[in-house]
Ligand binder design. Sequence first.
Ligand SMILES: NC(=O)c1ccc[n+]([C@@H]2O[C@H](COP(=O)([O-])OP(=O)(O)OC[C@H]3O[C@@H](n4cnc5c(N)ncnc54)[C@H](O)[C@@H]3O)[C@@H](O)[C@H]2O)c1
Length: 346
Amino acid sequence: MGLSYLKKIRFALAGCGHIAKKHAEAIKAIEDAELVAVCDSEPVALKTFVSKYGIKGYGLYQELLQDREVDVVTICAPSGLHAAMGIAAARAGKNVLVEKPVAITLEEADALIENCERAGVVLGVVHQNRFKPAITQLKSTVERGGFGKITHANATVRWNRNPNYYTLRPWGRLKNMGGGALMNQAIHNIDLLQWMMGKVVSVFGYTSSSLGLTEAEDTGTAVLKFENGALGVIEASTAIYPQNLEETLSIFGEKGTAIIGGTSIGEIKKWVFSDQELSVASIANQASTGSEPLHQCCVRDMVRAVRCREKPLVDGKEGRKVLEIISAIYQSGVSGQEIVLTPLEQ
Ligand SMILES: NC(=O)c1ccc[n+]([C@@H]2O[C@H](COP(=O)([O-])OP(=O)(O)OC[C@H]3O[C@@H](n4cnc5c(N)ncnc54)[C@H](O)[C@@H]3O)[C@@H](O)[C@H]2O)c1
């Protein structure tokens, strides 16, 4: 049944850069969503969006927040600004959809989560790869115990970010703005790793900025222990010559092996299970790839959450989990110590 009889959920974008384009197109494509305004502190970026979409434009974020037409603010500004902008939106009574990461420190993430709870607004975090068909299939296979006892899992991101990338996004070089191979790129794959494997109890990690293009790390490695007894390995780099090579998630268990890869995760590379029913599932999955664009899945999920006052697939607490792991790798890299993670309050 169509939803044309319901009031549309009205979105505004805060930040009109690269990722904002995907959000604008996603909102446009959803029947009961509408893009009503945008904001950018940079006048050229703002003007481009205002003229393309024929909507209101604000140079000052505080002015956008006073716009009573806006139901949801989607934060597409540099990552280091996410928490402060999200908190301001919540205090203005707006629902918040924030691009990854939810924030760049756990303290900031907690403040954002708390402010959204106090204001009674929905907080969603964009981790669009959770909607990929191969990933949803992997998740349901993990949940139905298809691997038996899981021994270990690997998240590997071997990508290239060249000087041109940083010329277009200078903030991506900076640690205090959320740059870095772990926080800015591999966060997607590490989120999937923890979504599949559950709570991480300890982390030992190293980071380095080997090529000197960035102040933040261009390479990070870590070994993990999960609460379920399995081990994990993370290898993340944006220094791979000469271009993006792979983004791969591998899970190994006593009754199954699954490797989902490709340059940008999503292709089933290996799918073998002792349960024959599970083994053939990959064929159906390959046929269903290329469905709805992933940002559209996130926006649709946010519309559902706001309309029904339910949780989005990735709410603030869910988005915090990957941040906890990355923060621990950073902490371990500095201290040279294994970091034992404290249990999350449920
Ligand atoms: N989900 C994904 O796959 C994905 C991909 C790319 C980027 N991102 C995330 O999206 C965010 C933006 O990344 P990007 O690549 O679009 O960056 P970008 O630099 O292209 O765009 C950021 C925009 O924010 C604007 N801005 C900066 N400060 C502002 C302020 N105070 N108020 C309003 N606007 C402000 C800038 O002028 C710029 O136009 C980052 O958090 C990044 O992690 C997510």
